[in-house]
Design a protein around this ligand. Structure first.
Ligand SMILES: [Zn+2]
Length: 182
């Protein structure tokens, strides 16, 4: 496994819809493993393929990190098939450094996806896992936390990020570690 570089806003790879995975090859499985390693290294609880520069419908999620049991999910072509209730969540994103946004989410969701071995799976999620799945599936449709800001806040954040991008990478790193989650 190897860790990958996380792409940050306004990298264009984060915009637009990702393509469904047609065949789960060894390359796809390797990418999922690398995404999981990258997520853990960056103290995240979820990561979507476009965040590492790949426009494929792949996500990894581990909402129980640090607790017992193997709770890592590696999902191919995940889609929400049922949703219930409403909740608000304050979310950060590994691709949107220094940003916390209150987002309206469904309280519980049912997600259908393929596992790395090609088997179908159905996940009935609530709480943090449900929020995490919704956030990552948003990424696959090119939706970022930035898109949920008012136009004024979005403009300010955009200016700040463009300035940060111009700095050498190591200067941005420390701030990138705060508020990161998904
Ligand atoms: Zn995110």
């Amino acid at each position: 496994m190897s860790s990958l570089t996380i792409r940050a806003y306004p990298d264009p790879v984060l915009k637009g819809e990702c393509a469904p995975v047609e065949t789960i090859t060894d390359e796809v499985r390797r990418l999922l493993d690398d995404m999981a390693e990258t997520m853990y290294l960056n103290s995240g609880i979820g990561l979507a393929a476009p965040q590492v520069g790949e426009r494929s419908r792949l996500i990894v999620v581990d909402a129980q990190r640090g607790e017992e049991g193997d709770t890592l999910l590696k999902l191919v072509n995940p889609r929400i098939v049922e949703k219930q209730g409403e909740t608000k969540s304050e979310e950060g994103c590994l691709s949107c450094p220094d940003l916390l946004v209150e987002v309206n989410r469904f309280e519980s969701v049912t997600v259908e996806a393929l596992l790395p071995d090609g088997k179908e799976t159905t996940i009935e999620a609530e709480g943090l896992l449900a929020i995490c799945l919704q956030h990552e599936i948003d990424h696959l449709d090119g939706v970022l936390l930035v898109d949920r800001l008012s136009s004024l806040r979005r403009t300010l954040y955009h200016k700040k990020r463009v300035k940060e991008d111009a700095k050498p990478a190591d200067e941005g790193d420390e701030s990138r570690r705060t508020n990161t989650a998904l």
